[in-house]
Design a protein around this ligand. Structure first.
Ligand code: ATP
Length: 239
């Protein structure tokens, strides 16, 4: 394995009772690298990000973060080590205000730059600033996705993982989300983006893995994968 890898997934097996969601996945993400995981419903994508975040315990194999086995360190330590997850469905707290949601993202931090960082978010996303005291549940889906990403960034992650960030959003809104992700990548933050729809993620990613049946079916540079005649078979055969 690459010693410079930020995260190294090694022979990862995840089971839920009789169901095997991941059957031996190997994946490395280097510092500042953007990896896209593309695959149909049920392929095991959510299980992968959950295991990397320490939310799901592997049946076999491991996730190594900074040389440490994620299953052996606490959840708080995973966050402190710089892993942030924007889960499917975003996990916005609808009855908390926009500002309260943002402050939650900074929970692991001990520095005094949190308020200025939140102000910066309000400048960049005026709609969040205007609605800082309103319930987050009143935001549109796209605004909630921006809020979820901004909240995750407040933990100052080295790896930001997003589970289907474009799900349920209109194409123009998805453009905005991907512009934001390109910005975050530019800042040197590593990204793991899970999507069912390949197009947007291909434009952002340095490396793409096609997932199916709990395993990586095909992996490589986006151009090479898009041109690969096995792509359709790997993707649709996996469904
Ligand atoms: P989706 O896009 O639908 O979320 P996915 O690629 O993210 O799909 P997973 O959610 O990881 O896939 O699910 C992989 C398999 O594990 C599926 O067969 C799913 O039904 C099963 N599974 C996921 N979570 C659980 C759970 N908590 N209990 C039992 N089975 C589960």
């Amino acid at each position: 394995p690459d010693r410079r890898a930020l995260v190294s997934v090694q022979g990862l097996v995840v089971r839920y009772g009789p169901i095997t969601a991941l059957r031996g996945v190997d994946l490395e993400i280097g510092a500042g690298e953007c990896v896209a995981i593309i695959g149909p419903n049920g392929a095991g994508k959510t299980s992968l990000v959950s295991a990397i975040a320490g939310l799901v315990r592997p049946a076999a194999g491991k996730v190594v973060l900074d040389g440490l086995d994620v299953a052996r360190i606490g959840l708080a330590d995973v966050v402190r080590s710089g892993v942030a997850l924007v889960p499917e469905g975003r996990n916005i707290f609808g009855s908390l205000t926009v500002a309260e949601n943002l402050r939650l993202g900074a929970t692991p931090r001990k520095d005094d730059r949190i308020a200025p960082d939140i102000d910066e978010i309000f400048q960049r996303f005026p709609i969040l600033g205007q609605r800082r005291s309103q319930h987050a549940g009143q935001l549109s889906g796209g605004e909630q996705q921006m809020l979820a990403i901004a909240r995750a960034m407040l933990s100052r992650p080295r790896l930001l993982m997003l589970d289907e960030p474009s799900l349920g959003l209109a194409p123009m809104v998805v453009d905005g989300v991907y512009e934001l992700l390109a910005d975050i990548k530019q800042q040197g933050v590593a990204l793991l983006v899970v999507e069912q729809n390949a197009t947007r993620a291909f434009g952002l990613a340095d490396r793409v893995s096609i997932f199916g049946h709990g395993a990586i079916q095909l992996s490589g540079a986006p151009d090479a994968i898009a041109a690969d005649t096995n792509f359709d078979a790997a993707y649709f055969g996996a469904a």
